[in-house]
Design a protein around this ligand. Sequence first.
Ligand SMILES: CC(C)(COP(=O)(O)OP(=O)(O)OC[C@H]1O[C@@H](n2cnc3c(N)ncnc32)[C@H](O)[C@@H]1OP(=O)(O)O)[C@@H](O)C(=O)NCCC(=O)NCCS
Length: 185
Amino acid sequence: MDEALVIRDARPSDAVGIAKVHVATWQSTYPGLVPDTYLVNLSEAAAAMRWHNAVQAHGPGQGALVVADAADSVVGFATYGGRRIPVEGYDGEFYALYLLDEAQGQGLGRRLMATMAERLQEGGKRTAVVWCLRDNPARWFYERLGGVRVAERPIRFAGKELVEVAYGWHDLAPLARLSAGPEMR
Ligand SMILES: CC(C)(COP(=O)(O)OP(=O)(O)OC[C@H]1O[C@@H](n2cnc3c(N)ncnc32)[C@H](O)[C@@H]1OP(=O)(O)O)[C@@H](O)C(=O)NCCC(=O)NCCS
């Protein structure tokens, strides 16, 4: 990992930076998966307002992390908290995980997952799921980190029928230990 990059808790003042990453990563990740009209109409200003409110409103056991570069610009973010959609046997959820293209492939995704797992454990969760579009290659990343496919559901998003799959970790402890470095794998 680039030594200048740090993972830290998000602050309301990160909202504009998170929104830029949100829009850029959706536009690079989801063409062909999510309707183009939805992607081209994404607005950084609207996203910034939502992220500002979301970061301020995080309650106990919920949170947002950012990856910041040497200039404190956000290059990635991740959010987590209690499970939103019932999946039997799982109580926590990784809500979102997005890195700019140039920040991918350096182990930051693994470290963000590990840090989220630690935080969920601190909040009393022992297990967690992540929902991912079935056709998003990111699902191989979740499998690489030990996630097991535990559920599938159809969703309607921006007027299109899509399928989401859930990957689950029935014990967050090994995932949390990955933050200690690749030698712990
Ligand atoms: C998915 C994502 C978060 C992964 O983060 P990353 O920092 O690039 O991944 P890492 O460098 O930590 O990779 C960890 C391991 O997963 C593997 N991996 C990562 N992405 C992968 C992919 N798409 N397919 C297969 N393996 C993958 C890596 O090769 C690495 O393997 P290793 O243990 O052998 O070294 C990142 O690529 C991303 O932001 N993608 C676009 C947004 C997205 O789809 N988010 C998920 C929405 S559900």
